[in-house]
Write a protein that binds this ligand. Structure first.
Ligand SMILES: Nc1ncnc2c1ncn2[C@@H]1O[C@H](COP(=O)(O)OP(=O)(O)OP(=O)(O)O)[C@@H](O)[C@H]1O
Ligand SMILES: [Mg+2]
Length: 370
């Protein structure tokens, strides 16, 4: 079986230890400090949280993922679901049900397992004030057994029309939950900055920042080598270096490329750079539909811009080299195309550089020689 896992949270032997980060996060949690956990997509934020919390058996994890929420009702439902799934383990759903009667919940029993589930009436539109009651519920839960509360993909709170109000309500409660450590995790840095570093935001400087970057090449390389050797494969250092370069050291993408190299080889093989094209082609064939759908949404200028980025890189797309290569004469047009490409979540901007969210889309564009 392919030992490389990507696209989901990794545990146990699939998690390459990050002792420094784990220690920092553990000590912040133990001292009740609220944490802002920042990092690019697929760097391992969620895995790090689970790993660290598992090492703190006295705490219960209340994990609220707010990815793609659009309304206050979505946010409230995600909080309720998180509390319910935590309490399902202890058979205490009825108690949660009673404390939420004002939200008109319905309780059903899973016909097969008999496990109770709880849902909120989807037709009721909830206002930011309701968040207050749910935060009080979290405080009550904490009295039973100590919690660590995680809001993952926290930047998506900015999707709400009432974002400022929702943030204010959350903050007003969080600051009095002195006994509860909160982790706010997010991958869209400029939006997380807007929440935590903007003087007008309710969350301004309210948490200590922990940055989840890349894994050290030596350590991660050994971890990956170990996985290959279990499948009786050896690999060259130059192949490993290339993998890290193409995947830009993002752990999830590194694992994806290693997984494809595994699929392209057999036990007893030595894997070197000659394996790379076959591994990449496997990834391209699996992701082709997504690439084509992305391209179909682009205008001619946006397309030329993305091809330019794939070849020249995104450090100075306003330069004359870039405009010449893309045939887009006006820097203002480049800027407009870049803004659209960010909106379409094809690229993102970090430290003045425009980067591809998916590094394999970039290498595919080069491979296709567009
Ligand atoms: N410590 C680790 N050891 C090995 N692989 C890791 C590690 N952390 C992350 N990964 C790789 O990255 C992938 C994504 O991990 P995870 O979901 O934790 O990242 P994330 O930063 O929360 O991503 P997202 O921003 O998409 O939510 C995993 O499936 C795995 O391939
Ligand atoms: Mg995550």
């Amino acid at each position: 079986m392919n030992p490389f896992k990507y696209g989901r949270v990794v545990f146990d032997e699939d998690f390459c230890p990050r002792p420094g980060l784990e220690k920092h996060l553990r000590s912040y949690i133990s001292s009740g400090q609220n944490v802002l956990l920042e990092g690019e997509r697929r760097t391992g934020k969620t895995s790090l949280i689970y790993r660290t919390v598992r090492g703190l058996p006295k705490l219960r994890l209340l994990y609220v993922d707010i990815l793609e929420i659009k309304t206050v009702s979505d946010l409230c439902r995600r909080i309720v679901n998180a509390v319910v799934s935590m309490e399902q383990k202890s058979g205490m759903v009825e108690r949660v049900f009673k404390s939420l009667v004002h939200l008109k919940p319905t309780m059903t029993l899973d016909p097969l397992t008999g496990v109770p589930a709880l849902s909120l009436d989807a037709s009721i539109k909830l206002k930011p004030g309701y968040i207050e009651g749910l935060m009080d519920l979290i405080e009550e839960e904490n009295k039973r057994k100590n919690l660590i509360v995680v809001f993952d993909e926290f930047q998506d709170i900015l999707n709400l029309k009432e974002a400022a109000e929702a943030l204010a309500v959350l903050r007003s409660k969080v600051q009095f939950h002195a006994a509860i450590p909160y982790i706010f995790s997010g991958s869209v840095r400029n939006q997380m900055d807007e929440i935590f570093n903007h003087p007008e935001s309710a969350f301004f400087k309210s948490a200590v920042t922990l940055n989840v970057g890349e894994l050290e090449r030596d350590i991660f390389g050994n971890f990956l080598r170990g996985k290959f050797s279990k499948g009786k494969r050896t690999l060259s250092q130059s192949l490993l270096d290339k993998v890290f370069d193409i995947a830009r050291d993002i752990p999830g993408d590194v694992q994806q490329l290693c997984g494809a190299a595994w699929d392209a080889t057999s036990p007893g093989d030595h894997i070197d750079e000659k394996t790379l094209p076959a591994a990449l082609e496997l990834i391209y064939s699996r992701e082709l539909k997504g690439y084509e759908a992305s391209l179909n949404r682009l205008t001619g200028q946006q397309f030329r811009c993305i091809v330019g980025l794939s070849r020249i890189g995104g450090r100075s797309p306003m330069s004359s080299e870039f405009t010449k290569a893309t045939g887009i004469s006006q820097p203002a047009s480049v800027k407009k195309a870049l803004t659209r490409l960010i909106k379409l979540r094809i690229i993102y901007r970090y430290k003045r550089e425009y980067k591809f969210i998916n590094p394999f889309f970039r290498s595919w564009l080069i491979y296709k020689n567009y």
